[in-house]
Design a protein around this ligand. Structure first.
Ligand code: HEM
Ligand SMILES: [Cu+2]
Length: 657
């Protein structure tokens, strides 16, 4: 009995034998012990629980999202570097084929679902309520729950690395490869449940922010007076609302195939793998627009602020965004032009794909026109925005090349594609979120990040980027296919691959410089303290103190133009001082531990399903239900901040700078 248990533990449960993984296990263990000891030693458990784990404050939730995203960027980045190390030279024996499969699968999944998505949700959380003059999101409790579902879903996915084995069927997990027959271990189950749990959180966030934007805008802020970033959040969440339910159902059907022996996606008994491929891309293609549209919103804010000009073509920007969000649902077949849909179907999807270039082009021109004759300041957010243009223009053009269905028979599954999508995902999404992080950092923390390490980071990232991905276009045309774990000397691919790998390590260095920059910034936070409006910006979030008090706006603003705050400043410059405002008590939601506890039960249920242990998933599900019931009996969910306290906080915050 005991020996059976030991046998299970060492052969199936724990991933043993690989020195890389062993090293990771040891370092995860040590890091966890260090965190627990540290928190105990400094007596910080209570502080952590009260201020962070149970918070419903959208700003703190936003910070936690971004922290998690940076952590995941590290994990996904290490995966990327391992792959590039393996591919640097022919016949390398660093990662063997199976391990390589696992690494590109976790890399892709983590980068998109557990890095880009939380980074984006973090920025939504931090910025949206502030830009529309609201004191919170529509459903603060649901917002906390969404975060914890994302986080524990991500953790569930990540433990597959050391427990049970990683998924290895690609980031979209096509059957039959991802079915029981060809992926008999639990790796695919981790994929299904990690994404399923965090996906429910994403859907809830989408609904939450749609309602927030529809219902909670400051008086006077009509649709056409909404800031551009908020518009991008709105467009994005509409896509989430329609796309994520498709993912939920698809993953559930895949789970049934693996768990209950159904045949939705295998050819026996009338199932069909093509159905999976259609479904997953009906979510997957919109997903890439989900992550890129908010970056467009950020560029719009940054370009206007640092060119000191009104955003050029506001209305056309809004329509372009909405058109992209609709079109994004009509292009999914471009991911499998080669799988025999026939010429008519391919032509339709080729044309819809090319059409997206038009609204996107409109946006690029609007940004350039905004900069034209502006008084440009080359701050870090602006630098990342400018770096985005060439990158996205090349990436966009290669995208149009890929959308030519007959040409795609050549490019399909080659390194040309890898270069294309990294160019738009890194140049568009990652650069965009960096711009946003630098832009709103002082609003959140009350100090700016010093430029020195920031400039190092900027240049190493950018040079590294072109070194990594430009050779890959050529490699693709030379016949190198994606998901290839090694190649021979006779291919002639060595020099370009070597350059590509050197570039990847430069990007890794760029990431480290950013960590240094943040550490340096925290160390010098007193010197770099800033007031409410360090950038001389245009939108409402800059009208309140930095860092923002928990209630955001002491007095809810009224709005009658897109650049209300900017115009107020112009007016104030030649007017007398305002009379001190009369504060009123502010209604706030109370912290609650239920979201994190419920997400832990989701984790337990998910882990149970991964292993098919009914003794675990049944209690897990009961726990989830119990949390729902407990919440419905929680009557004492809010409180008021008295007017005097608001007054005190405001005087302290505004007086100090
Ligand atoms: C330092 C930057 C990065 C490097 C060096 C890098 C490198 C790679 C490599 C070598 C592959 C595997 C190619 C293959 O053998 O097929 C890959 C795949 C992939 N990467 Fe990245 N990557 C980086 C950043 C990103 C980012 C930021 C994202 C998303 C936001 C991303 C998303 C993906 C996806 C979705 C795949 C496909 C995975 C699959 O085939 O299932 N990567 N990347
Ligand atoms: Cu697509």
């Amino acid at each position: 009995m005991l020996s059976e248990f030991w046998e299970f533990l060492t052969t199936e449960f724990l991933v043993t034998g690989d020195p890389l993984i062993l090293g990771a296990q040891v370092s995860i263990g040590l890091a966890s012990i260090a965190i627990i000891v540290g928190l105990t030693y400094f007596k910080k458990w209570k502080w952590l629980w009260k201020n962070w784990l149970t918070t419903v404050d959208h700003k703190k939730i936003g910070i936690m999202y971004i922290l998690a995203a940076i952590l995941m960027m590290f994990r996904g980045g290490v995966d990327a570097l391992m792959m590039r190390f393996q591919l640097a030279m022919p016949n390398m024996e660093f990662l063997h084929a199976d391990h390589y499969n696992a690494v590109f699968t976790t890399h892709g999944t983590i980068m998109i679902l557990f890095m880009a998505m939380p980074f984006m949700f973090g920025l939504f959380n931090i910025v949206t309520p502030l830009q529309i003059g609201a004191r919170d999101v529509a459903f603060p409790y649901l917002n906390a729950l969404s975060f914890w579902l994302f986080f524990l879903g991500a953790m569930l996915f990540n433990v597959s690395f050391v427990i049970g084995g990683s998924p290895a069927a690609g980031w979209l997990s096509y059957p039959p490869l991802s079915g029981l027959q060809f992926s008999p271990g639990v790796g695919q189950n981790f994929y299904i449940w990690g994404i399923q749990i965090s996906g429910i959180g994403s859907l809830a966030t989408g609904i939450n922010f749609l309602v927030t934007i529809i219902k909670m805008r400051a008086p006077g802020m009509t649709w056409m007076k909404m800031p551009m970033f908020t518009w991008s959040v709105f467009a994005t969440n509409i896509i989430i609302l329609f796309a994520f339910p498709i993912l939920t159902v698809t993953l559930f059907l895949l789970f049934m195939d693996r768990f209950a022996g159904t045949h939705f996606f295998t050819l026996d008994l009338g199932g069909n793998p093509m159905m999976y491929i259609n479904l997953i891309w009906m979510w997957g293609h919109p997903e890439v627009y989900i992550v890129v549209l908010p970056a467009f919103g950020i560029f719009s804010e940054v370009v206007a602020t640092f060119s000191r000009k009104k955003l050029f073509g506001y209305k056309s920007m809004v329509f372009a965004m909405l058109i992209i969000s609709v079109l994004s649902f009509f292009t999914w077949v471009h991911h499998f032009f080669t799988m025999g849909s026939g010429a008519d179907v391919n032509a339709f999807f080729a044309i819809t794909t090319m059409l997206i270039a038009i609204p996107t082009g409109v946006k690029v021109f609007n940004w350039l026109f905004t900069m034209y004759r502006g008084r440009i300041r080359f701050t870090l957010p602006m630098m990342w925005t400018i770096a985005f243009f060439p990158c996205f223009i090349i990436g966009g053009m290669t995208g149009v090349m890929l959308s030519v269905a007959p040409a795609d028979f050549q490019f399909h599954n080659s390194y040309f594609l890898i270069a294309h999508f990294h160019q738009v995902l890194i140049g568009g999404v990652v650069f965009g979120y960096f711009a946003g992080m630098y832009y709103w950092w002082p609003k959140l923390f009350g100090f700016t990040l010093p430029d020195r390490w920031g400039h190092w980071a900027f240049w190493t990232w950018n040079i590294g980027f072109y070194l990594t991905f430009m050779p890959q276009y050529a490699l693709g045309l030379m016949g190198m296919t994606r998901r290839l774990s090694t190649y021979g000397w006779d291919t002639g691919w060595m020099p370009l691959n070597l350059v590509s790998s050197v570039g990847a390590f430069l990007m890794g260095a760029g990431f480290l410089f950013q960590l240094l920059q943040i550490a340096d910034g925290i160390r010098k936070h007193k010197e770099n303290k800033v007031g409410a409006d360090p950038w001389d910006a245009r939108t409402l979030e800059w009208s309140i103190p930095s860092p923002v008090p928990e209630y955001n706006f002491a007095i809810v603003p009224t709005v009658d133009s897109v650049d209300q705050f900017w115009e107020d400043k112009q007016r104030r410059a030649n007017q007398q001082a305002e009379t001190p405002p009369a504060y009123e008590p502010i209604h706030m939601p109370k912290n609650t531990g239920i979201p994190i506890v419920m997400a832990v039960f989701f984790f337990i249920a998910g882990f149970g399903f991964v292993w098919g242990w009914s003794w675990m998933y049944i209690p897990g599900l009961i726990g989830v239900a119990a949390c729902l019931v407990a919440r419905s009996f929680q009557y004492d969910t809010d409180y008021y901040i008295p007017a005097e306290e608001v007054n005190r906080t405001e005087t302290a915050l505004r007086g100090s700078v």
